[in-house]
Design a protein around this ligand. Sequence first.
Ligand SMILES: Nc1ncnc2c1ncn2[C@@H]1O[C@H](COP(=O)(O)OP(=O)(O)OP(=O)(O)O)[C@@H](O)[C@H]1O
Length: 905
Amino acid sequence: MVRTAVRTAPETLPTASLDPAGATPMMAQYIEIKAANPDCLLFYRMGDFYELFFGDAEIASRALGIVLTKRGRHGGAEIPMCGVPVDRADDYLSRLIALGNRVAVCEQTEDPAEAKRRGPKSVVRREVVRLVTPGTITEDRLLDPASANLLLAIGRRKTGEGATAYGLAAIDISTGRFSLSEVSGGDLAGAIARHDPREIVLSEAIHADPALARIWQESRAAIVPLAQAELEPAAAERRVREQYGVSTLDGFGNFTRAEIQAAGTGLLYIARTQLAARAPLSVPTREEAGSTLAIDAATRANLELTRTLSGERTGSLLDTIDRTVTANGARLLAERLAGPLTDLGRIAERHETVAYLAEDHALRRAIRETLARAPDLARALSRVGLGRSGPRDLAAIRDGLMAAAGLGAVLIQAGTVTAELAAIAEALGAADPDLADTLQRALADELPLSRRDGGFVRAGYSEEVDEARLLGQDSRKVVAALQARYAEETGCRTLRIKHNNLLGYFIEVPQSVGEACLKGLQREFVHRQTMVDAMRFTSVELGDLERKISGASERALALESAIFEELAGRIVEQSSKTAQVAEALAAIDVAASNAELAVELDWRRPEVDDSLAFAIIGGRHPVVEAALRRAGEPFIANDCDLSGETRGRIRLITGPNMGGKSTFLRQNALIAVLAQMGAFVPAASARIGRVDRLFSRVGAADDLARGQSTFMVEMVETAAILNQATRRSLVILDEIGRGTATFDGLSIAWACLEHLHEANACRALFATHFHELTALGDRLARLDNATLKVAEHRDGVVFLHEVVPGIAERSYGLQVARLAGLPASVVTRAGAILKSLEKAERGRPARAKIDDLPLFAALAPPPPPEPPAEDPLATLLDAIDPDALTPREALDALYQLKRERAEKR
Ligand SMILES: Nc1ncnc2c1ncn2[C@@H]1O[C@H](COP(=O)(O)OP(=O)(O)OP(=O)(O)O)[C@@H](O)[C@H]1O
């Protein structure tokens, strides 16, 4: 299966078992380094290339489409090799990482000349300086600006008889974000799907747990199991303490053992991949259990929240609602959409801000215009902390801080704002204004990518740099100035300062002037050479100038580098404040984006409360509506009321194919998600009693990638809903039971409805083509029937997409089939078959079939065991009187018994 092949790290590389004996010295070094990094592709630096050998070369050449060549022999066989140029390594790296590979970057750590000095056969010293893995990258070129790049570490603890809790550490080293949470075993898959990590690190024991195998198989992340021995609980705690330089974790709040285990595992892995550098992570925040709306992986996929079923962002809900103007904001919006809240206070606070910004157009515009100038502060900050930054990262911090200061001023000017905006304004003001100011003074307008290129310090910031540059870049001018001065002092207009390899810089004058100089005209001149018609001199000043000129460019670079270090140091000192500024920028971008969306599309503020209401008036599906709008067609808004005082309601929707059942179901789930993430909703009004869990299932969705029977998948997922949905949950079931024979499917759908109504007592929408189920409307008190209106014409039907109370009479399957282009002969034949089938059924209407069934059979106590049926063997035995039998009769009786027994089998 493609998914598995893409996800897992490369299969064990044959290189791992290579014998260094008999290898050339360089190959022996390669084999040794490779042996220490067996599960990574090794980028081995040789001059201007990173070379890959043996199995690594084969994997990389296949993955990157680069030529596989050979280099020498080892153990009698040719060594496969391929290489990537160092200056384009990032492109290749990103492609390998995207395929789930991990790469060890091995650099030359000494000058080749030095190696030569050790002896003719010595090999240049090389070391792995970094492991590049999907979850630990920080370079902009390797990262998607609009998505978080999470490493998820998992720990666990026993919480009781047979129960286990899992600690999750979600770490984004590209921004320093670090959060901890704990979930039950049943919620683990959903929590992983919510975080959508690029890489998961965990103990071998958790990885090998058969109960969790499916999670790892289905995850898009690269999975890295670590040996149990490395993950001792005490070591995990120590690692967390060391990361933050504290002697106890008490000040951080009450983390559970599983959370600390997860944090320790994550930190261990990060330390291993970053080698020398320590990742600048923020202090972990703890997320309370139940603080987000639980949405399992299947529901997320089905509702296409952050990506479509085919894995694209385009066409997802996120794509449709994103009006953010910064990468930082886009990431936060995705995070909020993936984890809507359950806390009513926090939800209302976000709605309040959206309402405020939706109303104040001028303020919203000012905020968005200022934000559009703010670069990705969080990622630049992280690179500075890791010592992996360039001048443009410093500029990003400068511009980010300046935008923040500008925004703070805009908010202060706005006066009384909402509580959330006031908190944002305060965080924006937290940064030291001196830092932005210093960066502004220090950095030039045009900046090189790398600090090694120099030229990034603004002229006028440092006298030393200016002087060094002047000498380096403008040495001719300096020499010319000195030449002009000497010419004036000597009165010799033909005096020249020249340069050759033998003398270096020298002063040349005609013979006569030279003689005068020797006699004391110019005391400081020191004679070097007499030519036929000229004399050459040097001077102390010229000697100094020469030394300065030759060291100038190196000195300029060194001075710039020192300034860079100093600026980076100041940024690191302030990093926690700057991180807060970055978070505030993201939060205001998201709020303004939601407000912009609400204004643009006339979305309304929902009311989320503690009731069991679900009353939507004029609801729309945001993605379908957007698609129809592009096609110039209207979307028909629909109401939906599932409100219950103490228990929810169920709406059973029958209707024609193509009528809009699936759209209606999903739009209501999406409205709940949007409301609880703190956004406005596509409806005229919405009152929603806080939803704790959201479930959405589509009957027998094709799931070939998983390699499971489609019906089996449908049943496993339905079982999860019936077992987990609470009174507060919202359940969306679309054609459950359609994946099997009609009567099996009908009975399963029927029993599921009863269970949802009686046991789960949740709010639910249930779409079906089993029209027989509508009879349940009379029997289940809180079940209503609804259908989608259709206008019938002589030559076909028109779907009006309007949800109305009632029952669909027909499915209009044949009409849809004709619309789809099924050959006319097939449609006509199907029509004839349908007629005769309906005739046969008419004698026994659907309603009668349901009426025959006992109500709530699924929930009734099991019937008492039936009395055993009569056993013919026992009857035969009872009839035998051994004392009355002859030996012959006894033998016959035995044969008869055996015969009877054989028949029974
Ligand atoms: N409320 C609406 N307003 C306008 N067009 C709609 C509406 N709802 C659905 N549609 C259109 O009808 C198409 C079919 O909708 P949908 O897939 O929801 O139907 P369905 O009843 O679930 O069909 P089936 O039973 O065949 O799965 C949509 O792609 C959309 O273009």
